[in-house]
Design a protein around this ligand. Structure first.
Ligand SMILES: NC(=O)c1ccc[n+]([C@@H]2O[C@H](COP(=O)([O-])OP(=O)(O)OC[C@H]3O[C@@H](n4cnc5c(N)ncnc54)[C@H](O)[C@@H]3O)[C@@H](O)[C@H]2O)c1
Length: 372
């Protein structure tokens, strides 16, 4: 197979994360197609050129369409703000390029649906940036459930908390503007839905609530502007397999830095996990004598695929950027027609449906069905 050519749009938090993944996927896994870091794009030429040098890309541009049109580019990383994903991903798919797109698909459901239509029409591969499902401990959790270790799952609870909007004096920014989306629900809580989708199944019905901890924020000109998005979102959920659930997302939760607390309750046991200690899983099984029952901690190690590709020793731990390397490996697997542990635009749209159903429910004050 010819070396795949990579185009990267955006060089911020996620742009760097994708660049590290593209650089590290071959040495870490050793079994993937060769890659060429072809073209990188950002809004100013100095910024693009500086990052192209730092990340090892051959060329830099400020024109993302030129990047996509470049014959040296076969696969495009879209790491720009949410409102730009649809236009960039659709343009790339229409020109026969594979797309690795950051989450969520798009603020508007109609745009996400157009992204899926473009993917179907192109026959090209798409993968969404739902990196938390790439944690080897999440695969372990899925394996434990499939093996019946906790019996049939009857309840799932996901709490996701960070504090980057907790300070009431944080100035008004795009995060508080309605065009950026709903707020905590789609900018952030989508990761929680990706975990439920991966571990337990599809969500069939939701009853949502969204809240604004602060009604307004200071603007640069010394005035105050009303906050248009919701920094807190919660929902009761019912899954297609009959399990019930509860999700709660808060980006104004002081002290919480990257908490994704997942609890999965079954008829014979419980699995608990927290992204802030993501190299371990807690497992309780109701088997054996009551005197010695209790949660036990399973620490990550080479037995947890693909941990061993990074480190041969147990207990040394993976980090956030490693999850993106694994996601990149799963994208390359899809391109090669192999099985892939990833969320494409088909599965991604199911998550978008859940998001919009929660928002609709919060406004209507009733349960809302998620399209099947
Ligand atoms: N998967 C995750 O865990 C995760 C974490 C954070 C952010 N995200 C997602 O990643 C995306 C980017 O977020 P971020 O935190 O990296 O933002 P960021 O602001 O750090 O980076 C965005 C980049 O896009 C560039 N950009 C903006 N408009 C552009 C244009 N027209 N052409 C080329 N480049 C352009 C910016 O200059 C910047 O380099 C968002 O969709 C966000 O939701 C995902």
């Amino acid at each position: 197979m010819n070396a795949l050519g990579v185009g990267l749009i955006g060089t911020g938090f996620m742009g760097k994360c994708h660049a590290l993944a593209w650089t590290n996927v071959a040495p870490v896994f050793g079994d993937v197609a060769r890659l060429r870091l072809a073209v990188l794009c950002d809004v100013t030429q100095p910024q693009a050129e500086q990052h192209a040098r730092a990340f090892g890309f051959a060329r830099a541009t400020t024109d993302w369409r030129a990047l996509v049109d470049d014959p040296a580019v076969d696969v495009v990383s879209v790491t720009t703000p949410n409102a730009l994903h649809a236009e960039m991903a659709i343009y790339a798919l229409e020109r026969g390029k594979h797309v690795w797109c950051e989450k969520p698909m798009a603020p508007a459901l109609a745009d996400a649906e157009r992204m899926l239509a473009a993917a179907r029409a192109s026959g090209r591969v798409t993968v969404m940036g739902y990196n938390y499902i790439q944690n080897p401990m999440v695969r372990l959790m899925r394996g434990l459930i499939e093996a019946g270790e906790i019996g049939p799952v009857n309840h799932v609870r996901v709490e996701m908390d960070e504090d980057f909007m907790a300070d009431s004096s944080t100035p008004f920014s795009w995060r508080s503007e309605a065009h950026s989306g709903y707020g905590a629900l789609d900018d952030f809580g989508v990761h929680g839905f990706s975990l439920i989708h991966t571990l337990v199944g599809s969500i069939a019905r939701v009853c949502g609530q969204m809240a604004k901890p602060y009604a307004d924020r200071a603007t640069a000109d010394g005035m105050r502007r009303a906050v248009e998005t919701h920094d807190i979102a919660s929902a009761l959920v019912e899954l297609e397999n009959g399990a019930s659930g509860l999700v709660s997302f808060n980006r104004s939760a002081w002290g919480r830095k990257g908490r994704i607390a997942v609890q999965i309750f079954g008829a014979k046991g419980t699995i608990a996990y927290d992204q802030e200690q993501f190299n371990e899983v807690q497992l309780f099984t109701a088997a054996g004598p009551k005197e010695t029952q209790g949660f036990r901690t399973i620490l990550s190690g080479p037995h947890h695929v693909p941990y061993g590709r990074f480190v041969p020793a147990p207990g040394h731990g993976l980090g956030f950027n490693d999850l993106k390397v694994i996601e990149c490996r799963e994208l390359l697997a899809r391109i090669e027609g192999q099985p892939s542990w990833s969320i494409d635009f088909e599965a991604g749209l199911r998550i978008e449906w859940v998001v919009h159903a929660v928002a609709q429910s919060a406004t209507a004050g009733t349960w809302i069905d998620v399209p099947a």
